[in-house]
Design a protein around this ligand. Structure first.
Ligand SMILES: O=C(O)c1ccc(O)c(O)c1
Ligand SMILES: [Mg+2]
Length: 618
């Protein structure tokens, strides 16, 4: 599959955008006219730069408001078009996108529109240029890809074809199956965009909220399936108008874009295998990736800090056992049940405690790492000594290191042998069984990128995102998880004011690790006895709990005494509490009763407010 991307997706100058596209591995680009108009470089210089970078210049766009007009206006439009054809010759380009008329069309007549396109085709042919006619979702008379195609058919000109753009098709709810009926040679170009499902006017939705495939709500693998079955074999291009991408680092956005296309290509090939069987053949060749199953659990989480006492204290008060230091590195291991926490003091000068790494149990770490690398994840270089486990690791978009560890049938981890077992084994029962979920703060400009990263590399599925009010703004939260719930990752974007000064913006907003336990009340009592600092929950919360749930008075009194939070739904009950925050880390302990599957979402504003008060007034 040939990959392309419109320059409008990225921030920067045209030159910077082109470098970013080439570095990310795109085959070609669409030049968005505005980017050329403001460039200090001549069309010839841009053509030469593209050649040096190995980028094909696939599409010049957009040309607007041409068809469905009276004759005098048509003459002006042809004059405008010819100037652009000359420019395209200087650029060495031969395909122009024409949007359906949204401004000047006054005549709703397909025959007339077709005749006018035919005249444009004749003119374009003299310059060796072809025109791809695209139905904009808000076109005055033409807003449907099948309608645009009827006009292209009527025009019946070799230089007039269509451009399909998934946004305009899916935003209006048109059935993309119709793409299969279009003759492949009439599909001159294809643009892809995903989008969150929003209810707003389509123009604003399109201009501000498009995202890369896999970052929105649409089934683009199915869309691509229709396209592949049509016999189309030209470039598949990303055209994303997005307010965040326009100001984020273009090199990074281009990699995110490329990841989305690599992933979509794979999803499409899997989809076609399922629907059409292994013997189906199409002109478009689709690359695949090493297949990975969902991770089966958390292997460990790592907290990094210069000064580790406070974290050690919290873990010890929660009933964790210190299992010793690593044989060769300044690293400690703390465990309880299958919950493993590494406290890492390496290269941590001046660093307040922060979550630095997460590890997942996977079937085959080498295969999983190879998939992640093919999806353009950055490898984390590891130094390991002889006879130490070589762990595979890649960097997530927020810089968290993601380790891929081999799953074992009993949930143990072989690498723990590398820790000297000089730690005293705590007597007593392990009430904590494993890591239930981890909550990571994401920089606002990388949120969509993170969702795609975890979905494409680790096969975690995104759940609908929610918004939680805090005293200083809304926190957007999206859970990525496995079907069975053994791995749950909540990604948050914090309001900007919550970002406190710290070693990096990412680590400033508090993040947490939640442990699952079998008896929260018993664990909380032990923790109180050992002096754990709980996050204090206000009395008003308990009055509201009583109003909502009519709890037995003894239970309510216990919850309030121990600063526990409570939730209940038709699937079961949920009890949880939070510790104080150290650096940017705090811990949560949860007890899921029956098959409760959530996270106590109604309690999140209470937690955020309590943490805010604590950070302000101590
Ligand atoms: O929003 C627009 O005007 C616009 C322009 C060109 C396109 O290809 C498109 O899909 C939208
Ligand atoms: Mg488009």
């Amino acid at each position: 599959m040939r990959t392309s991307i419109a320059t409008v997706c990225l921030s920067g100058t045209l030159e910077e955008k082109m470098h970013a596209c080439a570095n990310a591995g795109f085959d070609g680009i669409e030049i968005f006219e505005q980017d050329l108009l403001v460039s200090p470089h001549s069309p010839e210089e841009i053509r030469d730069l593209a050649a040096r970078l190995g980028l094909s210049l696939d599409l010049y766009q957009p040309f607007r408001d041409f068809e469905g007009v009276p004759e005098e206006l048509l003459a002006e439009n042809l004059y405008r078009a010819e100037a652009k054809f000359r420019l395209m010759r200087s650029l060495g380009m031969d395909l122009m996108l024409l949007c359906s008329n949204v401004g000047t069309a006054t005549i709703d007549d397909d025959e007339l529109a077709a005749a006018q396109l035919r005249r444009l085709g004749d003119l374009a042919a003299r310059y060796g240029i072809r025109i791809a006619y695209e139905a904009l979702a808000w076109g005055t008379f033409v807003n449907d890809f099948e309608h645009a195609m009827r006009i292209v058919d009527l025009a019946d000109h070799p230089n007039i074809g269509t451009c399909l753009d998934s946004f305009h098709i899916l935003s209006r709810g048109w059935n993309p199956a119709g793409i299969e009926k279009i003759p492949a040679e009439k599909i001159f170009f294809v643009q892809l965009a995903d989008a969150p499902q929003l209810s707003m006017d389509i123009l604003s939705w399109s201009r501000h909220y498009r995202v890369f495939p896999g970052e929105g709500a649409w089934e683009l693998d199915k869309f691509m399936g229709h396209l592949v079955r049509s016999g189309y074999n030209g470039p598949v291009s990303l055209e994303i108008f997005n307010d965040v991408f326009r100001q984020a680092d273009e090199e990074r956005t281009a990699v995110d874009a490329m990841r989305s296309l690599i992933w979509l290509e794979e999803r499409t090939s899997v989809h076609l295998l399922e629907t059409d069987g292994p013997d189906a053949r199409y002109p478009m060749q689709l690359a695949t990736l090493p297949q990975v199953a969902e991770p089966t659990g958390f292997n460990f989480a790592e907290v990094k800090a210069e000064n580790t006492e406070h974290v050690q204290q919290l873990l010890s008060q929660l009933g964790f056992t210190f299992r010793g230091r690593h044989r060769t590195k300044p690293v400690q291991l703390w465990t309880q049940g299958q919950a493993r926490i590494i406290i890492n003091e390496q290269q941590a000068r001046g660093l307040e405690p922060t979550i630095a790494a997460l590890a997942f149990d996977v079937e085959d770490p080498l295969v999983a790492a190879s998939r992640a690398l093919q999806l353009k994840a950055t490898a984390v270089p590891r130094q390991s000594q002889a006879n130490e486990a070589v762990l595979q690791a890649v960097k997530a978009p927020d810089s968290t290191e993601i380790f891929l560890c081999e799953a074992t049938p009993d949930g143990t981890a072989a690498w723990t042998d590398e820790f000297a077992t000089d730690g005293a084994k705590r007597s007593g029962q392990d009430l904590i069984t494993h890591i239930d979920h981890v909550n990571l703060a994401q920089p606002w400009q990388h949120f969509d990128e993170s969702v795609l990263f975890y979905e494409s590399t680790l096969s975690l599925a995104p759940r609908p995102s929610t918004e939680v009010p805090s005293p200083v703004g809304l926190v957007r939260s999206q859970v990525m998880r496995t079907e069975d719930g053994n791995v749950r990752l909540a990604l948050n974007i914090a309001p900007l004011v919550m970002e406190q000064p710290g070693p990096s913006a990412e680590s400033a907003y508090p993040q947490h690790i939640a442990f699952a336990c079998t008896d929260l009340i018993a664990l909380a009592r032990n923790a109180v006895a050992s002096g754990l600092e709980f996050l204090k929950i206000p009395a008003n919360y308990y009055a509201d709990l009583q109003a909502r749930f009519r709890l037995a008075p003894e239970l309510l009194a216990t919850l309030q005494e121990l600063n526990l939070l409570y939730d209940r739904d038709e699937t079961g009950e949920f009890l949880h509490f939070y510790t104080a925050t150290v650096g940017s880390v705090f811990f949560e302990v949860v007890e899921r009763r029956s098959s409760y599957d959530g996270y106590g979402a109604p309690n999140a504003p209470v937690r955020l407010s309590a943490q805010y008060l604590l950070s302000k007034h101590g």
